[in-house]
Design a binder for this molecule. Structure first.
Ligand code: GLU
Length: 447
């Protein structure tokens, strides 16, 4: 069987880390199996879907390197859904209903008040033809429900294991609205059949939909795919994520927080599995170790602090070649491998490099805790050329001249040379700063 999966976001908001986890799992599943991934934009809700959000989805996926083999927009496929609804009507599986939202709300309330599940009572199925004709004559437009078979439904979920439902415990779902528009429950199945989707991998908020939809697949003569429902991510405090939650949106992690795409992907690929989270430099590395069987049913928490730590670990092992263009884009023209290797261990975000660029190639106002000591140290600076051994030989001379050692010596030197009490190893930084700047700074000059 050829593997075809889909990622089907609705362009009604910004993608967040939970959405991307599903995109990533689908992507890894497809790539590992040599299959295909469909990007499907579920944009039939035209009050809430916008082209801007649709473009944002493609931008986020593009940034992460999660490419797709096929793309479809549900708004281009409405005729197909209407055709499927007609076939279901002909087969007697769709029936017209005339209740208003208020009437339905009252029915629900009264069932709940009696401690009963709020199932639709199928009153419309029993509506005499004369009543229907009267309602139509009054100008009432029906919505259409799918008549479920009252029999067991089940599947072996690739994440949750055996799942059992009974059609009798489910409400007949509305598939077509009063205005004739078809709803997600139907359009999703029509598309999954049309695109030959082999595995539906989505959030566990869709488990009840799957129970209903598995009957739809049968009614539409489509092969029923395999299912995997992943638990939804929560934030660090255990609360659900929503598209309106700005801070965990992919756009804000990228643009405001300067997170590396591979840090985010490395974390999301492991979250909810028992496997250790490690920084991976390429998606290829993640494909190799991906296995849907490793995803557990437990609800994973997404902690931005974990992401930041992983981002730092990833930067610490990223080679210069992978960063040259990004450093130039940050405005650090001329940043070379020596600079990168010197500052890399001190970065949490790539943008932190700008600060060390300022120290090594820009201007710094030194902090002088002991001007006389610094002046003596300046006088002992060796002539250039300088390399990574310069610091050691210079420090030996300063140590024997002053009798100072350890922190008492290093901290004032660091403050003078960099204007800051922490940072990359001075052994690596000193040759980048160069003799002219070092001497001036030790003498208290901004240089
Ligand atoms: N548009 C639906 C959602 O975002 C798709 C669900 C599915 O994968 O079937 O929840």
């Amino acid at each position: 069987m050829s593997v075809v999966v889909r990622f089907a976001p609705s362009p009604t908001g910004l993608l967040h880390v939970g959405n991307i986890r599903l995109a990533l799992v689908n992507w890894l599943f497809a790539r590992k199996a040599g299959g295909r991934l469909l990007l499907r934009l579920d944009d039939t809700d035209d009050e809430r879907s916008t082209p801007t959000f649709a473009a944002g989805i493609e931008r986020d996926l593009g940034w992460l390197g999660l490419d797709w083999d096929l793309k479809a927009r549900q708004s281009d496929r409405l005729a197909l859904y209407a055709g499927a609804a007609d076939r279901l009507k002909v087969a007697g599986r769709l029936y017209p209903c005339y209740e208003s939202p208020e009437e339905l709300g009252l029915k629900r309330k009264s069932l709940l008040a009696r401690g009963l599940p709020p199932l639709y009572d199928r009153a419309a199925l029993a509506l005499p033809a004369a009543d229907r004709a009267r309602l139509e004559a009054e100008g009432r437009r029906p919505h259409w429900r799918f008549r479920l078979d009252h029999q067991p439904v089940g599947w072996t979920d690739l994440v949750r294991g055996p799942a059992h439902f009974d059609g009798a415990d489910l409400s007949d779902p509305v598939l077509v609205r009063e205005d004739g528009r078809t709803l997600y429950t139907l359009s999703s199945v029509v598309d999954d059949i049309a695109f030959g989707i082999s595995h539906v991998i989505r959030g566990e908020d869709h488990v009840a939909n799957t129970a209903v939809q598995s009957q739809l697949w049968q009614a539409l003569d489509g092969p029923v795919p395999a299912f995997a429902h992943l638990p939804l991510l929560t934030d660090a405090a255990g609360h659900g994520l929503s598209k309106r939650l700005g801070s965990l949106s992919i756009a804000s992690l990228r643009d405001d927080d300067g997170i590396e795409a591979m840090a985010l992907l490395s974390l999301l690929a492991r979250l909810g599995t028992a496997d250790a989270v490690e920084p991976h430099l390429t998606l290829d590395e993640l494909i190799g170790s991906f296995d849907l069987d490793r995803v557990s049913r437990a609800t994973p928490r997404f902690d931005p602090e974990d992401l930041l730590r992983l981002n730092a670990r990833l930067l610490h092992l990223t080679p210069f070649a992978a960063m040259a263009g990004r450093l130039a884009a940050l405005g650090l023209d001329g940043a070379d491998e020596r600079f990168w290797l010197a500052v890399r261990p001190n970065l949490t975000r790539l943008s932190d490099a700008a600060r060390w660029w300022q120290v090594s190639h820009g201007t710094v106002t030194p902090t002088l805790s002991d001007p006389a000591l610094m002046a003596r140290a300046a006088a002992l600076l060796p002539p250039e050329p300088w390399d990574e051994t310069t610091w050691g030989s210079w420090i030996d001379r300063v140590r024997s001249a002053t009798g100072l050692k350890g922190k008492a010596l290093f901290l004032p030197l660091r403050l003078a040379l960099t204007g800051c009490d922490h940072g990359p190893e001075l052994k690596n930084l000193l040759p980048l700063i160069g003799r002219r700047r070092a001497e001036a700074r030790l003498n208290g000059l901004t240089a």
